[in-house]
Ligand binder design. Sequence first.
Ligand code: ADP
Ligand code: MG
Length: 472
Amino acid sequence: EWDRIKKRLRAELGEDVFNSWFARVDLESIADGAAHLSVPTRFLKNWLQNRYRDRLLALFKEEFEGARQIEFTVRSAIRPRTPGAAVGAEPYDGPTLDPRPVAQAPQPLKVQREAVFAEVRTDDALYGSPLDPRYSFDTFVEGRSNSLALAAARRVADSRPGEAVGFNPLYLHAAVGLGKTHLLQAIARAAKEQGRRVLYLTAEHFMYRFVAALKSQTAIAFKDGLRGIDLLLIDDMQFLQGKQVQQEFCHTLNSLIDGARQVVVAGDRPPVELETLDERVRSRLGGGLLIELHAPDLDLRRRIVSGRIAAARRSYAALAVSDAVIDYVAENVTSSGRDLDGAVNRLVAHNQLTGEPISVEMAETALRDLLRVREAKRVKIEDIQRIVCKQYNVSKADLLSSRRTRTVVRPRQIAMYLSKTLTPRSLPEIGRRFGNRDHTTVLHAVRKIEDMIKTDRAFQDEVDGLKRQIDL
Ligand code: ADP
Ligand code: MG
């Protein structure tokens, strides 16, 4: 029935609009008259809620008896929906305890940002996505994992219009929370201050703007606007969907680059791995300078935490945090800048709400669930093997053996595939854990299962079922 609803929407809205807004919507469950739909980003959630809720509800009422309401949730970033599909770059914002719930507190930034999204103007062709005032070069902390990206970003920011910097486009990629958006916005801010015509847009926003321009028949103005700028920055490239939108993006890219205007793009993976992206866009993006930002090492984490505390002190002058606490956070929160932010926010909120001084003991309590959640979510290869063995009734010895009977080969491939998609382990390491196999064997298994998922709906459901069991 959900497939039928999607089919109808596709027919009603046209391929491009459908792909832009509905291709990444999943029906999670339908219970007690409520349909739960999940989407990868908050932007999409708000968008669908504001524009399509009524239509969706009407369709659900027709297809599912007793359907009365629709609820949207944002999918978590760690659980990829399908292998290789765009995975949310935004969903995890850390704990939502804002350190400023107190009277004089300024509005949380997230809220402001959404307000802007809600009333995007379509007449002004050069209206970009909102910039977060905290993201500047001054607040970006340099470390080994990001120094190359930072140097390239500074070069771009300092270049003059019409003067290519030797690498165009600049493409930054990294997992969530490692500073891509921060750097892009720092460039945008600095270049703006020098009076350059800068446009910073998330890929989703680009999509929205383009589709809206098509609808209001201002597409030409939109295109002209795009081509008249000095510096284009596109964030979260993995979300650019829809054939027509991608074509338009490709034209923009070509005309800017050929005109020696700088383009900077950020995504959660290198261009070759953006499977849903048009081949031409991919190769054009891959033709510039690619830089990966890596996870921060201990030293950088420590300095990011110190920086955050210094910033918080601007609101709470009396805030006292010892080096021991900074070390504790830096050693325990190891994943990303975003999580470090979340941790500091917690400590400050805890301190402001309870009056308890920030000590290591207090940090242990305040961050306990944050750290435990992270711990619990770390999927282990053993768990995958155990669950797959149980599901297909094969022994672990057989799974790891060199037996090549069908009944063993397929579960083995599935387990390898799940290990690749649900854990951060590399192909060689997965190979070792599966009876010392070569990494090409693992790669072959991953590809095979991906293909099967794409072509066989029942098989896809089967694999999704396994994922749910593993990902509890
Ligand atoms: P991404 O876009 O790669 O997902 P963001 O740029 O949104 O990551 O970074 C997540 C958070 O971590 C932001 O608040 C950002 O300011 C912070 N952050 C990440 N790296 C650094 C860094 N090197 N220095 C200071 N803050 C950082
Ligand atoms: Mg980002």
